[in-house]
Design a protein around this ligand. Structure first.
Ligand code: ZN
Length: 220
């Protein structure tokens, strides 16, 4: 008989619920995008390949180990699981990963632009700088390699000509970071469109980062 983890059933529900929310936001057109969550230190529950995020059922989710080997599930795991494993294997503190293609943030990633300009205090507080990882062919080892240098110090990364990956302590945490990246991309675009984007000044930024280390990091 297949093993059942203590929190597996509610985590399957959370994956389905947040997949639908991502879809409704327009971040996962077609069958794109994928979400995963840790069951324990060795196993991951993830969304399958080839199903719209709007139509997933709890039973569609699959379980893989940290090498990407499928443990259970009647569907096949997402071909982008390597991106998720790159995060889990480098960050034992991270419990959930969300990957999607939100249009404005992806537009930045397709224009060779990171989101590391400190324009918006909320974004600095919740995300810090969002770097741009170099282009990598989807579904290959190149993806993990392109993300590797950013994973230790960031929890939101733009992927060149592709999309965005975010991660956190919980699925909701990773999901909210994804929402915030897109919101920040939108604000950034408008500020530059207006022609007078004004980044937070150095000393003000230092105070903000200090507050971030005290409040946000401790609250996590
Ligand atoms: Zn993708």
């Amino acid at each position: 008989m297949e093993r059942i983890w203590e929190h597996e059933v509610p985590l399957r529900r959370d994956l389905r619920r947040l997949s639908k929310r991502l879809y409704r936001l327009g971040f996962t057109p077609g069958t794109s995008g994928n979400l995963s969550v840790r069951l324990d230190s060795k196993f991951i529950l993830a969304t399958p390949t080839g199903v719209s995020k709007s139509m997933l059922s709890k039973e569609d989710m699959v379980i893989v180990d940290l090498d990407g080997k499928q443990y259970s599930g009647s569907r096949k795991v997402t071909s982008e699981i390597g991106m998720h494993l790159a995060v889990y294997n480098r960050r034992p503190d991270i419990c959930a990963v969300v990957h999607s293609h939100p249009p404005i943030a992806t537009g930045f990633a397709c224009s060779g632009r990171s989101l590391d300009e400190p324009l918006c205090s909320e974004a600095v507080m919740s995300l810090g700088a969002v770097p741009l990882a170099r282009y990598a062919t989807t579904g290959t080892e190149e993806v993990a390699e392109s993300l590797a240098e950013f994973i230790p110090d960031h929890e939101a990364i733009l992927m060149a000509n592709h999309g965005v990956v975010t991660y956190g302590k919980t699925l909701m945490d990773a999901f909210m970071k994804m929402e915030t990246v897109e919101h920040f991309a939108q604000v950034n675009l408008i500020a530059h469109h207006l022609g007078s984007a004004t980044p937070i000044q150095k000393d003000q930024l230092a105070a903000l980062l200090d507050a971030r280390s005290r409040y946000v990091m401790n609250a996590a």
